[in-house]
Design a protein around this ligand. Structure first.
Ligand SMILES: N[C@@H](CCC(=O)N[C@@H](CS)C(=O)NCC(=O)O)C(=O)O
Length: 201
């Protein structure tokens, strides 16, 4: 099994962490959607990473789908409840954490454009999503150690990957001060070997 992506992609990190937490053997293949665009587009029509290539050659794209499939392979640990309300809540919070990143990635792409082409209105529209999403996750994290239940789930992994990426790309902003409960939760996960093995370099 291969995971195609880059070490700086938070969505790629999310699925790598899931594979490591569950001790699923895989090869990490570095391929950048910007630099190796033809290669990534051949693997995923959307030209995005991560892409998972299974041993039979079939591919999965989109990190929530990849993470859920990896999670179904074994129960050690289970990161997505099999069914019921808790499953829906985990998927919902994962989607909000991923949506924060989608918006933040768009902000970064806009900032990389020449200054005279940048839209302050667009940046502020996307930043609204980042801040509302993080405020929501921070509120949930204030009440408990993990976002859902008593153990780590995909929602926590998505939040930790997201916050680490925001600190990496927008280091000038004090994310921890603004979202202390989310930051505390993320810090707990970032100390785990799976995160240590997937640095954003
Ligand atoms: N919804 C996708 C988002 C993946 C995504 O946006 N990946 C970024 C890298 S962090 C990418 O490949 N961007 C290239 C592009 O948008 O062209 C997922 O969860 O896997």
């Amino acid at each position: 099994m291969q995971i195609i992506g880059t070490s700086t992609s938070p969505f790629t990190r999310k699925v790598r962490v899931v594979a490591l937490e569950k001790d699923i053997p895989h090869e990490f293949v570095t391929s950048s959607p910007m630099i190796d665009s033809a290669e990534v587009q051949a693997a995923n029509p959307l030209g995005k990473v991560p892409v998972l290539v299974r041993d039979d050659g079939s591919r999965l794209v989109d990190s929530p789908l990849i993470a859920a499939w990896l999670d179904s392979l074994n129960d050690t640990p289970r990161l997505l409840p099999r069914e019921g309300h808790a499953r829906e809540v985990v998927r919902q919070l994962e989607a909000i954490a991923d949506g924060v990143l989608d918006a933040a990635v768009l902000v970064r792409m806009e900032m990389l454009r020449p200054e005279h082409l940048r839209s302050a209105e667009w940046i502020s529209w996307q930043e609204g999503k980042v801040h509302r999403g993080l405020a929501h996750l921070d509120k949930v994290a204030r009440a408990q150690r993990f976002l859902v239940g008593e153990a780590m789930t995909l929602a926590d992994v998505a939040l930790a990957c997201g916050l680490a990426w925001l600190e990496f790309r927008f280091a000038e902003r004090d994310w921890r001060a603004h979202y202390p409960a989310a930051a505390r939760l993320a810090a707990g996960l970032l100390a785990r070997p799976s995160f240590g093995a997937t640095p954003m370099t």
